[in-house]
Each structure stands twice: as C-alpha cells, then as structure tokens.
Design a protein around this ligand. Sequence first.
Ligand SMILES: C[S@@+](CC[C@H](N)C(=O)[O-])C[C@H]1O[C@@H](n2cnc3c(N)ncnc32)[C@H](O)[C@@H]1O
Length: 377
Amino acid sequence: MNKVREFRKERGLSQDALAQEVFISRKYLSMIERQLATPSISIAMRIGNALGVSVDKVFIDKTENISVNYPTPVRFIDLFCGIGGFRYAAKDAFDSLGLKGECVFSSDIDKYAQQSYKANFGEKPYGDIKKIDAADIPDFDILFGGFPCQAFSICGLQKGFEDNTRGTLFFDIARIIKEKQPQAFVLENVKNLASHDNGNTLKTILDVLRDELGYHVDHHLLNALDFGLPQKRERIIIIGSKNPFVMNWDFNVETKKTLNDILEKEVDKKHFASPEIVSKRKSMHTAKEYPSIWHENKSGNISSYPYSCALRAGASYNYLLVNGERRLTPREMLRLQGFPDSFKIVVSDCQTRKQAGNAIPVDMVSKVIERFMPLAF
Ligand SMILES: C[S@@+](CC[C@H](N)C(=O)[O-])C[C@H]1O[C@@H](n2cnc3c(N)ncnc32)[C@H](O)[C@@H]1O
C-alpha cells in the first residue's frame, strides 16, 4: 500500500499539480494512488521529492517489514571475498536487524587474500570461481560479491548471457544465481563500470539479471565519505531480489570518523618517505588542513584533503602521503575501509596495501544491506 494520496492531500496538492511536477499524466498518478500501478523507481523518487518525503515513507509500508519472513539463519555466499569486507558488512547489518547469518561458501583466487580470510574467519576460501561447479555450492539465501569489471564479447550479443558474458567473472555470478536461485544479491563494482565500454558492460549486467535471471534490480553510485569514513571512494552497488522493491538510496549517516580517529599515534619510521620526496612534495604544495592526506595525481600534481582519496590495490608507493610525509600504515588503510581493529594482519605490508585497496568500505555496504534486507525477503 503506497501513501501517495495521503501525503498529497496533507500538502494540499491537486492530482494535476503533483502529476505535472512529477512529469506523469494525472491518469497514471490516479492509478498509482488507487494501488493499480507500481511506478518505476525513478518516478517513485520524483513523487517522494515532490511531496518532500523520503520515498520509503511513501512507498514502503513499515508494517510489512515487521512480518518479513527471514530464513534462520540467513545463509550467504561471499564471492571474490578478498579479506571479507562483505562478511563484516553483512554481520553489522544482520546484527542491527537482529538476524543470524551464516556464510556457507567463500571464494577468492589470491593465496594471500585466502590467508587473511582464514586467519580472520577460520575458513580458507575456495579458489578460482571458474573451476567451481555451481551445483556443488551449498544452498544459500543471498549472494555477495565485488567482482572485477571486464568487457563483454560483442559477438555474443543477443544470444543470452551464456554467450555474451562467457569468460568474464560476471558470467560466473550469473551462472551461480541461475543454478542456485537465491532470494537476493548485492554486488559491488568500481564507478567506471557505468562508463565501461560506453555503458554496455553495465547494461548487459542489468539486462542479464533482470531479463534472463528474472530478478528485480536496482543500482546506485555511493561514496564512502557519505557513510562516515574519511575516504572518497565511489562505488556502484547493484542489488536484486525475487521480490519487487523500491530502494531509498538516501542515507543520512551522522556519525563520521575523522582522519584523527583513523591515524595511528606512533608510526614506524619505515613508513616515512625519503627526505628528498618529502621536501619535493612540500616545495610543491602547502596543506590548508592538518592532518591531511596528500594525493599525487597521474600528472604529478599534489592536492591535500582532510580525508583520503580512494585506496587502490596497484597504486604507486607514495601516491598518498599523510601530511606529505609518510605512507598510511596497514592498520590505517584497513580503518579507512571500516575494518575493525580486531582484524588480524597476517601478510606483508605490501599485500595488506593491495588487500585494503581491493576491499569494500564496510560501513557503506552494511547500511545498504541493512536497508535492503526487509525489502528483499
Ligand atoms: C575487488 S576484489 C574484492 C574484495 C572484497 N570485496 C573485499 O572486501 O576484500 C576482487 C577479488 O576477486 C578475486 N578474484 C579475481 N579473479 C578470481 C577468480 N577467478 N576466482 C575467485 N576470485 C577471483 C581477487 O583475488 C580479488 O580479491
């Protein structure tokens, strides 16, 4: 039951006035109000904006959430698991919803990521997902995965996902969903996924999930900075469920961690850049804030911010420098991604840098999972 009519009347708006503001016909608005039509997500968002209320207040009946029928435990799989960012995010989200979760399968091809995962979660992830038969994966309710972005073959277009995504890691996600039919999934990818291959990569992914696998799907670009982490990290999140849903992507996170909360007080001298690099940086740039993270872009220009630019797995050694003087420590990098200090670091600094750079911002993804679960189940 949506509450469009209720909110419209409260605001003294006629059907004509609201329809005009939302760029739909009065007839269609009337059908929405009489619960005879379900608007697309973008129309729902426009209606929410025009009424000055968040879309979930208009379209999501809270009483429905109370009776959500969650499986117990909620079984999930952690694909391309890295060091378990999704696993932490799921735990935080499930804890806030009072749910019990159980990871029934994890996979990552990288032996150092496997070592870190084992040390922290007690199980060694399976290796190359391409070699795993989907039928051998235990049944699960929700799939999590942050997968590398690769171009699809054009020659396969129109022939279905088995032809046009074969050889990519998204193909493996799709074939697992097809075989196991989970209730829902949450996928993560880099911002560039939207522009990759002129938008064809994202379009193919969404088409496959919707048209071939039959899920209701939505996606959005989110920034870790808006979720209280001092890191500018923009990522596309794709969510899907067998249930139709309207996701509200406006998150109002008030508790923010600052660089002061993240930075270690005592730092080993091995993390400091050479005096030559420090003096070169300082001759090029003066920071307006302290502490700050100095960022060197591809052309060698330096800028500084009271937060970090996105950690990157393959970035050059001095690409980010705290106060223009030293590199981030492994623990600081993990904190920038929202990993708790209880996370055990069992690999070299170099591997931890790569792992933290590959990981997801836990605080951001946990909020998405927490809001999505009542809609998805
Ligand atoms: C972007 S990272 C995901 C990191 C993870 N979400 C986290 O929070 O740590 C992608 C991961 O996919 C893994 N990967 C790449 N190819 C793979 C394959 N064929 N099978 C399994 N894992 C693979 C990489 O080793 C890497 O850890």
